[in-house]
Design a protein around this ligand. Structure first.
Ligand code: NAD
Length: 448
């Protein structure tokens, strides 16, 4: 096999963007993929969930809000057509990644990379991979511990193969996947129970976000059970879950979404330093083996496609001799619930804010655009430090996945409250709520 300057292992968003940037910088680069390009995000993550959420959301919106907008008549859905829309979206994304890799002359190697005696090999052909540097971007898989290792239990991967919508589903884990899946199945009319170990949903988000999402899901008849673990599970015609609060829950399906675990190429886990199953790296993403780098979910830190991609680009630039910078204080996260959640930087938790920090929450019920859309649920909440610099923001509401970027730039560049209030925001938009929250922090809110 040809000698490469860099071989990237794994063709998800992190690996693909890393390989493309290396090629753009003139490196001889190859990428190894055992299955489909696009990784978890394209094939069993971001893209198929968002396709199903968009389709089911349209249905649910017409049912819930149609009458108010003067839309009459019965609506129904056809799961097969929804799944076709999902498959088309996945295929577009997968093919798009492959086309870009080819466009930039990245050599594509099909197969499974494994590590043995200080070298990487392709498992299926036995060929040795020769390169000066390797970038491991092999991602993660759903974590399914006992008592959930039972035939018929779903992880998020299985949802995309469903043949019919379950009448009832219990979702274990009220993090990002749990909340998105509870949204999806409640849109589709399933009876949903959502069980979370901690005392609030989305425990890593702002406390006000958790409250808003718990309210929104409860309104959609999702039964939210907090501070509870599943102790035992029996399968039969239906699954029976025995909860730590003494309750027994019966449901047709059980979906486990209690986190993901890194996937390390076979053999490498014995040679490289790991911690809780993840590859340990330094600040330049180099592992304990010189010349072997790791990016994305395999590091077990922030498991987000856009963070993997940023890490991939960072490594590509550094390996090509260019400066690069990653700001982990300002990475955005989005939950595609109804309403959506989008946040960046500091959050307020049960303990409140740090000394000198302040926050202001502006409700969307006072926002003109939200009212015209019939989407009054949600808010914009900003947090400033003791110098009046924006250090975090959490948004709940329609389209906030798109409006968040203003706050990402504010946090990344240390903008002040005044920087936001002096920027003219278009009217009527959901984005105005960000300026309104900033005005609240100034003590001069015009619209509340
Ligand atoms: P997560 O870490 O977001 O949430 C897991 C939840 O399960 C936590 O709230 C945790 O307290 C709870 N939990 C853990 N053990 C439990 C138990 N035994 N019983 C009940 N609850 C339990 O993990 P996830 O939702 O599985 O998502 C995996 C990863 O994928 C995350 O890093 C997430 O950010 C990422 N992801 C991101 C998006 C997005 O960006 N929109 C969408 C899906 C997944």
């Amino acid at each position: 096999m040809e000698n490469f300057e860099v071989v990237v292992i794994g063709g998800g968003p992190g690996g693909s963007d890393c390989a493309i940037r290396l090629a753009q910088r003139g490196k001889r680069v190859a990428i190894v993929e055992k299955e489909h390009f696009g990784g978890t995000c394209t094939n069993v993550g971001c893209i198929p969930t968002k396709a199903l959420l968009s389709a089911s959301e349209l249905y649910a919106r017409v049912r819930e809000k149609g009458k108010r907008f003067g839309i009459t008549g019965e609506v129904s859905y056809d799961l097969k057509t929804m799944l076709k829309h999902m498959e088309r979206s996945v295929l577009m994304s997968r093919k798009g990644t492959e086309t870009l890799l080819k466009k930039y002359n990245v050599t594509i190697i099909r197969g499974t990379a494994l590590y043995n005696e200080r070298s990487f090999f392709i498992k299926e052909t036995g060929e040795q991979l020769k390169a000066e540097k390797f970038v491991i971007a092999t991602g993660s898989r759903p974590k399914i511990p006992s008592p959930f290792r039972v035939e018929g239990i779903w992880s998020s991967d299985d949802v995309f193969n469903m043949e019919e919508v379950p009448d009832s589903i219990t979702i274990v884990g009220g993090g990002v996947i749990g909340v998105e899946m509870a949204t999806l199945f409640s849109n589709l009319g399933s009876s949903v129970t959502l069980i979370e170990l901690m005392d609030r949903l989305l425990p890593t988000e702002d406390v006000d976000v958790s409250k808003a999402i718990e309210r929104a899901l409860s309104r959609r008849k999702v039964r939210v059970v907090l501070s509870t673990a599943v102790e035992r599970l029996e399968s039969g015609e239906k699954f029976k879950l025995f909860l730590s609060n003494g309750e027994e829950v019966l449901s047709e399906r059980v979906l486990v979404s209690i986190g993901r675990e890194p996937v390390i190429p076979e053999g490498l886990e014995k040679a490289v330093k790991t911690e809780r199953g993840a590859v340990v790296t330094n600040e330049n993403f180099e592992s304990s083996l010189p010349g072997i780098y790791a990016i994305g979910d395999v590091r077990g830190k922030v498991m987000l496609a856009h963070v993997a991609s940023a890490e991939g680009v960072y490594v590509a630039e550094k390996l090509s001799g260019y400066e690069s910078h990653i700001d982990f204080e300002a990475f955005p996260s989005v939950v595609y619930s109804s309403p959506e959640v989008a946040s960046v930087g500091k959050k307020e938790d049960e303990k409140g804010l740090e000394e000198g920090f302040r926050s202001f929450l502006f409700p969307l019920s006072a926002n003109g655009r939200a009212n015209t859309m019939g989407e009054r649920d949600g808010f914009a909440k900003l947090i400033t430090n003791d110098k009046g610099i924006i250090v975090g923001g959490s948004l709940v509401g329609a389209h906030v996945s798109e409006t968040l970027m203003e706050l990402v730039l504010a946090v990344k560049h240390g903008l002040s409250i005044q920087d936001l209030t002096e920027a003219i925001h278009p009217h009527p938009t959901i984005a105005e709520s960000i300026r309104d929250a900033a005005e609240g922090l100034e003590g001069k809110p015009l619209h509340i």
